[in-house]
Write a protein of this length. Sequence first.
Lengths: 285, 397
Amino acid sequence: MVLSIVLSGLAIGCVYALIGIAYNVMYSASRVFSFTAGTLGMIGGVLGSLFILRMGLPVWAGFILALVGGALLGVVTEIVAVRPVLKSLDQHLYVLSTLALALIVQQFTAIEWSTDAQPFPRIFNIERNSFDQQYWLPMIACVVVIVGLELLYRRTLVGHAFRAIAEDNYAARALGLPERNLRMASYALAGVIGALAGFASGQMLLAFFANAPLLTFYGFVPVALGGMGNNRGAVVAGLVLGLFQQAANFLVGGIFASVAVFTVFILVLLARPDGLAGASAGRRV
Amino acid sequence: MSLTRRQALKSGAAVVAAVGISKPAIAQKDPILIGYLPAVTGPSSSTGIGITRGTQLAVDEINKAGGVDGRMLELIVRDTQSDPTKAVNATAELTRSHKVNIIWGPLNSGEALAVVPILARQNMVQMHSCWVDSLTDVKKYPLCYRNGPTNQQIGGAANRYAIETLKKKKVAVISDTTGYGTSSLNAYVPMIKTLGGEVVYQSSVDAANPDLKPEELRMQAAGAEVIMPWSVNAGFLSRIINTRGQLNWDVPIVGQTTLGSGQTQALLEKPEYWAKVYPNNFKPVCYDAKGKLPDRAAAFVDRLKANKIEMSDTLLWWIGVGYDAPFMIAEAVKNGGLAPEQMAGYWNKARAYPGVYGTVGFSADSRDGYPDNEVVMCEANSLKQGAFNLAPGYGAA
C-alpha cells in the first residue's frame, strides 16, 4: 500500500507541480494568474491522443505538435485574455477573462473532441509493471522542466530578461527590454510546460476535456501553498499535495479525500497566508 | 341570361355548402405531424443518431404502406444539440408554429426534465424513452408516455442478477459524484438489502479520480463478491475494470449500460479485462445462449440490412426504440384518433404493443410501458452488430 501511495502520489504531485509552474511563469511575466493553466494541461493530453492515435503520427511528432499546440494556446491567452486587462490589474478582471477563455477552450474541446475520456497512447512499448511509465513519465517531465527553467533563467540572456521583467517590468522597459515580446514568450513557455504536463500524464488522466477544471483547481493549490511566483515552492507543495491526496484516498477514500485535501489547504493558508515558502511583500504607505 | 336574386342566393349557398363539405375531406388528407426532438449533435448525440435511424425507417415504412388511413406521417425534426435550453426552444417551435399532433422525444433525461412539464401545460401528447423516474406521472403529466425502462427497473434488474442469478450476496456499490451517480447509489442500496444482499462497501468518487486502487482494495478488504458501479462516465468505468484486472481480482462487475460501450472498451488496458462485466440491456434485442436474436429482432435486422442502415457504429436497442415509437403512434391514431385524449384513451386501454425493443403497454394508472422482465444483463465483451449476448444465467431467450 505504501508503495502505491508513494508512486501514484508522486506522479500526480509532479503533474500538479508542473501546472503550478505554468501558473507561475505566466504570473511572473504579467502579474496575472491565468486560469487557463489547467486547460493547457488538458490540451496537451488531447492533442497527444489526437496526433498519435487518431492521426497516426509517430510519438515524437505527436509530442512536438502537442507542445506547439500548448505554446499557441499560451500566446492566444496572452493576446485575448491578458493584454486587454493589464491596465486594470487592480480590478482583477483577468480572473473573468482567463476563466472565460478556459471555458471556451474546454467546451470547444468537448464538442469537437469528445465528452468521454479518450485513450492516450503508450509512449514506450514496454510491459506494464508496478512502476509503470504512467508514473515515471510525469516525474521525468517535472525534473526536465525544473532543470530546464534553472538553466534558462540563470544561464541565458533571455532568461535574465525574463527575470528582469518579473522583478520590475517598468525598470525593464526603461532599460529597453521588449516587455510585450518577453511576456508573449513567457506565455508560450507556460503553454509548453502545461502541455508537457498533460502529455506526460496522458496515460494516467486520459485525454479528457474535464481534466481542465481538475488541473486548474489542483494546480493552483501548489502555487498558493508554495508562494506565488515561487517555482521551488510550487514543486515542493505539488509533491506534498499529491502524496497527501493519495494517502487520503487510501485512508478515507471517496469524496472525503478531496475534503481532506482542501481542509489542509485552508488551514495552511490561515496559518501562512503567503504560502509555506512565500514572504509577505512590504507595502509602501 | 339574367340571374335572379333567388338564383344568386341559391348558387351562393351551394358554393358555401360545397366549400364547407370539402373542408373535412381535405383535412383527412393532411399529414399527421410528429414533432421529433433528437440530439443528433453534442455530447448525447450517439444515442440520438441511433434512435433517429430507427424512427426514420419506421416513418418511411408506414408511409410506403399508405400511412394511417391514407394520411401520411410527417416528421418535423429539431436537433436539440444535447442542450436542454435548445430542446425547450424547439418544443415551443414545434407546438406553436408547426402545431404538431404529438411530440416524440427528447431522447435524454436532462432535456426531458425541461420539456415534459412544458408539454403537460400545453395538453400535448408526448412519448419519450428517458429513464429518470420522475419523467412520468399520471397526475402531473397525464399525456406523457414512456416507452423505455425507468431507473428503478434498470437498477432492479442489475440487483436481481447479482444477488439472485450470480448468488453474490456481498455487494460493493460505487458511483461517481454526479447527480445520476449519487441518486442511483441512494436508490439501489436499499433495493439490494430488500433482495437479501449485504452492501459491504459503498462510496461516491469524483469521476476524474485517476486512481481507483484504494477504493477496490477497500472493497476487497470488506469481502465484496461483486462490484456494482453506477456512472455514465466511460473513463470512470474503465478505471474500475482496469483496476480489477491489475489486482487480479476475479469478481463480476454488474451495472450500467455504459460498461458495454465502445468508449469504455477503448480505454481498457487489456481486452481480457472486459470479461465478467455485465451491463444492462434488453432481452428482445440480445443474442440467446445459441447466439440467435429473438425472431422479431432477427427480422428487424434483416430489414435494416435491406435498407442499408448502418448498425456497426450504434446499438440495436437504440435503433429499435426509435423504430417502435412511430408504429405505436400510428396505431393510436388509427384506433383512437388524433386528438390528445383520443390517443391517450387508446394507449391507456390497448394491449401491449409487441415492438422490436420491447413489449410496451400502458394503463390508466401507469405511463411506464416497459416490462420488468425484459430488462436484463448482457456480456459486455460480446458486442456484435450492435447487440450483445445475454449474461450467463438467463437461458434461452
